[in-house]
Design a protein around this ligand. Sequence first.
Ligand code: FES
Length: 311
Amino acid sequence: MSGHEFESHFPESGSVDMSDPTTDIDETTYAELRELAGRYPQPRSALLPMLHLVQSVDGRISPKGIEACAEVLGISTAQVSGVATFYTMYKRRPAGRHHVGVCTTALCAVMGGDVLLETASKHLGIGVDETTPDGRISLERIECNAACDFAPVMMVNWEFMDDMTPEKAVALLDDLRDGTEVRSTRGARLTSWREAERVLAGFPDGRADEGPSAGAPSLLGLRVAEDKGWAAPGDDKPHGNGVVGRVARTIVHAVQEVTGTTEDQEPNVATPASAPTKSAPTKSAPTKSPAAEKAPRQRRRSTRPEEGTAK
Ligand code: FES
C-alpha cells in the first residue's frame, strides 16, 4: 500500500463495482436529478431518491450515477458512495429484471421463511445476492418488512407476496421468468424492478392505489375491539375516524391501560426499579411540568453503561 491509498480488510463487503463503467445516464437523467434536488430545502436531502433514480436508469448504483449525484449536489463522490453502500436497498451489482426478497426474520422464519429462501435459491440456481445468468431474477434475503401478520412473506420489486408456501414460491418464480403478468397478493400489478425504483425516486406511475391499503390480518385487532365494544377515548381527535385514526386511538388506549396514565399524562417510561405500577402509584408519576418531563429522560440515560466501563 502506498500514500493514502485505502486498503479494505473487507473485500467481500460489497463496495460499488467501479470496474463496470457502462451507463445509460444522460441529460434527461441529469435534469431529473436536478429536479429531485430542487424538491428539498437542503438539496443533499434528495440523495436517497436520487440514488433510486440512478438504479432505475442503470439497474444498479453505477460509477457514473455516483458521479452525477455528487455533481448535482455539490458533494464528494465519497459522500455519495458512503450513503449508497450503507443501505441494502441500493445494489452494487446489477439486479435482475425482477428483484425477489425472502424475509427470514423471526416471525417469517418460524412460518417457513428459510425454507422459502432455500426453495427459491435451488429453483433459480443462484445464491443470495446473485442474479440469474439471463438477468431476469435477482435474489435477496431481507429483514422484517412489517408484514409479519402475513408471514412468511416474499417481496417482488418491493411489492408484497403474502402467506407464501414453497409451492407458491416456485409458481411465482416461473411466472416472473416467463414474463407472465403477476399481481401482488395485495392487488398491485408487478412492474419491473427498475420501474419500481423510478416510483421510489419520486416519479409516480399513477398506480399507487392498486389493491387494498390494509389486509384483514392487519385489521384483526380493530375488528376484535369493535366486536367487544372497546373504544379509544377521543373519537373526534385529529387522527380522524378512519381506519388509521381508530387504530391509533386503540393503541394509545392500550398503552394508557398498561402504563396507568391518562390522556393528559405521558406514559411512564422509567426503569423497572423506579417505575410506579398501576397497583402502587406514586406521587412521582410524570406530569406536564418541565421538571417532570425531564426526569424520565434522565432516568433513561442513567441506565446506559458509562463510557469506558469494563464489560
Ligand atoms: S418477520 Fe417477516 S415481515 Fe416481519
